[in-house]
Write a protein that binds this ligand. Structure first.
Ligand code: NZQ
Ligand code: ZN
Length: 386
């Protein structure tokens, strides 16, 4: 296990009616607030109204940028930066799913930067001074509520790129499982696949001696396996929604990553696919991660795969390769049992584009730490997934 520093920096207010703490959480910060929201779900389920009541209690002066789309576009970020400057906002409050949170973070970074915020993603500029960010999360998936990541799409260049900056970790996040009751089945499934995928990206690491991280990771995966089907079957099952919500936060807040490098190649491949097709992130991962696992499984890596199969799926057998393969099949069956597609061909991805995607991704490589991937390996994964 490698050395690490622990400072998660985000106060979590978790549970029923947690929104009641919003005014109090906002109190130490500027009362001039930019509110960032999505396509309308929060206006239908009462979250917007509850947020506004708390903003009023705070005595806040609010301007809102709404309409942030899934796979959030750089255009929404630019609009948010413009509005934040015009309003002289000193705080950014995101209310929605991961896309809204990610857009809010890049807006918070863009206000003090005189160039185009897309520069952060191409590496032309580093994030400097940022506005503080707080969140009210409505979908269990990305972990954005407790990490410094932001993933933004640029349709002009057909790119979907990520930044990870410590200073963009939210100051606080309000997590009320009831707010996720209205998440439709397909997004609940995709979010659950995203949570599992975040765990895989960190679990499959070459770093030795990370026993505690591995057992925590398996616990998060067991949580997804236990509760995702239940949340889909009974959307207002509080225990299921609460466990999924907290699993999503724990999967990508650093807890499972500390002390070891992760892999993250599957996420890079998915981002490339989403950049070209606007595919839902978790849906792409549910298809691509089993395909990556098949590429990564070998006599050398079989121990890790077979341990996962034993601990999460309760499988057993003497042959570690066979056991590892059975575990991969169990994941594939699990994702399709949630109603997610098994193949990219079912999602509108065109076979003729696979080579171009592999080419573009390989050019920004190298990708993959557990198993480094070259262009041919990326293409094999895409073809297997197609
Ligand atoms: O826009 P609205 O109307 O709110 O609808 C959204 C959207 O259509 C809807 N939704 C959200 N909460 C809801 C709800 N519908 C009903 N009831 C609710 N309570 O769900 C749809 C999807 O929302 P989105 O925010 O896109 O989903 P998610 O949270 O899965 O975020 C996905 C984005 O996050 C990025 C992904 O690439 C993708 O762009 N990621 C961010 C990461 C991070 N910041 O650390 C890491 C991830 O690996 C990921 O890349
Ligand atoms: Zn993800």
């Amino acid at each position: 296990m490698q050395n690490f520093t622990w400072n998660l920096n985000t106060r979590i207010r978790f549970g029923r009616d947690a929104i009641a703490h919003l005014a109090e959480e906002l109190a130490p910060f500027s009362e001039r607030i930019l509110l960032v929201t999505g396509g309308g779900s929060i206006r239908r389920n009462g979250v917007h109204e509850a947020t506004l009541a708390q903003l009023e209690k705070r005595g806040a002066s609010v301007v809102e940028v709404s309409g942030v789309q899934p796979n959030p576009r750089i255009a929404s970020v630019r609009e948010g930066v413009r509005l934040a400057r015009e309003h002289r906002a000193g705080f950014v409050l995101a209310v929605g799913g991961g896309s809204v949170l990610d857009a809010a973070k890049t807006i918070a970074a863009g206000v003090a930067y005189q160039g185009d915020p897309w520069d952060f993603f191409t590496g032309r500029a580093a994030v400097g001074e940022v506005l503080p960010v707080g969140t009210v999360l409505t979908l269990a998936a990305t972990g954005s509520e407790m990490n410094g990541n932001s993933v933004i799409s640029n349709p002009e260049t057909t790119e979907k790129l990520a930044i990870g900056v410590e200073s963009l970790r939210p100051k606080f996040s309000i997590l009320d499982p009831v707010y996720t009751f209205s998440v439709p089945a397909d997004q609940t499934a995709a979010g659950s696949a995203d949570i599992a995928s975040h765990v895989f990206e960190q679990y499959f690491s070459r770093e030795p001696g990370t026993f505690v991280q591995d057992r925590l990771a398996e616990g998060v995966l067991q949580t997804v396996v236990r509760y995702a089907p239940l949340a889909i079957e009974r959307p207002d099952h509080y225990e299921a929604r609460a466990n999924l919500l907290w699993a999503g936060t724990l999967a990508l807040n650093g807890l499972l990553a500390f002390g070891r490098p992760g892999d993250w190649a599957t996420h890079m491949i998915e981002h490339e696919v989403s950049a070209h097709t606007d595919l839902t992130h978790g849906t792409g991962l549910a298809i691509l991660h089993p395909a990556w696992m098949e590429e990564a499984l070998s006599a050398e890596t079989a121990e890790k795969f077979s341990t996962l199969a034993e601990r999460v799926w309760g499988l057993s057998g003497a042959d570690r390769l066979v056991l590892g393969r059975s575990g991969i099949e169990a994941w594939r069956r699990f994702f399709t049992s949630l109603g997610l597609p098994e193949k990219l061909s079912q999602t509108g991805v065109l076979e003729k584009d696979l080579g171009m995607m592999a080419e573009r991704l390989a050019a920004s490589g190298p990708h993959g730490h557990f198993v480094p991937l070259d262009r041919e390996a990326i293409l094999r994964i895409l073809k297997r997934a197609w």
